[in-house]
Design a protein around this ligand. Structure first.
Ligand SMILES: Cc1cc2nc3c(=O)[nH]c(=O)nc-3n(C[C@H](O)[C@H](O)[C@H](O)COP(=O)(O)OP(=O)(O)OC[C@H]3O[C@@H](n4cnc5c(N)ncnc54)[C@H](O)[C@@H]3O)c2cc1C
Length: 386
């Protein structure tokens, strides 16, 4: 756990905090009201190199670990911001890094690191499959040197703000494979010059994530954009899930700290019945309890991140970090809203915006029920429910 006080990591924290000062509450509040994309913030994060921390130095990135990437996201959330506009570039990078060919990495990673190309979209979820990813129906059929894709994806964030999209599609139908995890492939879709009909339709969502339904009609993908081997894509995606869960946990911890900071500050200042509301144990104890839960989740996050960065197995820790951090941030959100009373509902205080934003972490990118099922079945060896 000493890694968290390491000087370099503190320097990253300080630098991200300083960058975030240029994007105060009013910036995020205004964008949220207008449902607009934080382009200036994403530009600043890209030009400072923070979005490319996970890209190895040989491809123009910083070559740092998930620990450092998590610290960056945590600080953005803690500042009151929302890295949901760009975090996928960190989440999805691993699939290309670990399983892409050398040619694919040279083609894309240096440009992504420079900010000339955006890899912000990751298309997995489908209306008929939901959490059961092996049931996806979007088909990619090989015809010569191309794959022809037909199907539909739902809840795909940032597709309109990205040049590239990672796509999970079935290359062999579900009922033709012995193992349901086989026959699924990952592609890089270059959305700048798509052949075929790719329709991106924005969804009206509770959070400002620029989320869409996407329809594929005879969309052509060159064979050179298949990542790794055909049919093995589910494994590749699973490999990236641990990093994703650790990064989501980091964002939730950032939110949790924001809520605890705001709630305790408000409780110290707000005077009702002639004394600060924070003097009442009914107000003070829930804040202290939420603080303890956020700090405990933080330990699990750093344990998972350290294991991940050392190349050790960390499925249990990454899942527990995501579960505990998302629950802790949601608890802190409720406590903060209660502490603010009616003002918690007023947009000018930002609590209601962060409240909506942090609620997402218990649901996406994976629901906490599925995390519990992973722990129950894979770690504790109880019977499978699916
Ligand atoms: C704002 C937002 C952004 C998103 N961005 C993306 C994106 O960029 N790319 C992408 O691919 N997806 C994205 N998603 C989709 C997200 O990953 C899914 O919503 C999530 O994985 C859950 O799938 P579902 O909504 O189909 O729920 P369902 O699978 O329909 O589940 C509904 C409920 O049933 C529960 N449930 C289902 N099966 C079981 C079981 N066996 N045991 C116990 N409980 C069960 C679930 O836990 C959940 O509570 C986004 C979602 C949101 C809300």
């Amino acid at each position: 756990m000493t890694s968290v006080v390491n000087e370099d990591r503190q320097a990253i924290r300080d630098a991200v905090r300083s960058l975030c000062k240029s994007f105060p509450d009013t910036y995020w509040r205004d964008l949220d009201k207008r449902d607009e994309y934080p382009q200036d913030f994403v530009n600043a994060l890209t030009s400072s190199g923070y979005l490319a921390v996970l890209i190895p130095e040989e491809y123009g990135g910083a070559g740092l670990g998930v620990t450092e990437a998590g610290i960056i996201l945590e600080e953005i959330n803690r500042s009151g911001g929302n890295p949901g506009a760009c975090h996928a570039q960190m989440y999805t990078m691993g699939t290309l890094l670990r399983h892409g060919s050398e040619e694919q990495k040279r083609r894309y990673l240096p440009q992504i690191a420079k900010g000339e190309l955006r890899l912000q979209a990751f298309a997995v979820t489908e209306p008929n499959a939901g959490s059961d990813t092996t049931r996806i129906e979007t088909r990619a059929v090989r015809k010569g040197d191309r794959y022809i894709v037909n199907g539909q994806k739902i809840f795909i964030s940032r597709a309109k703000q990205s040049d590239l999209m990672l796509l999970l599609a079935r290359t062999t139908p579900y009922n033709e494979v012995k193992d349901k995890t086989q026959g699924i492939s990952v592609f890089v879709v270059d959305m700048r010059n798509v052949k075929g009909n790719l329709q991106i339709q924005p969804l009206d969502m509770m959070v400002n994530h620029h989320t869409n339904t996407i329809f594929f009609e005879d969309v052509e993908i060159p064979v050179s954009n298949l990542i790794g081997e055909e049919g093995k894509g589910f494994r590749y995606i699973i490999d990236g899930w641990n990093a994703e869960r650790i990064l989501v946990a980091s964002e939730a911890i950032g939110d949790g700290r924001w809520f605890v900071d705001r709630a305790s500050a408000y409780a110290r200042d707000r005077v009702v019945f002639g004394r600060p509301i924070g003097a009442n144990q009914g107000v003070q104890f829930p804040i202290a309890q939420a603080y303890a839960h956020v700090e405990a989740a933080d330990l699990m996050r750093f344990d998972a991140a350290a294991k991940f960065d050392r190349g050790e197995k960390c499925g249990a820790e990454a899942n527990m970090a995501k579960l505990l951090a998302s629950e802790a941030s949601w608890e802190a959100a409720n406590v903060c809203l209660n502490t603010y009373g009616g003002y918690g509902f007023a947009r000018d205080y930002d609590v209601e915006r962060k409240f909506r934003e942090t609620r997402l972490f218990t649901v996406a990118p994976v629901n906490n029920n599925l995390i519990l099922a992973f722990l129950g079945q894979n770690v504790l060896k109880m019977p499978k429910s699916y």
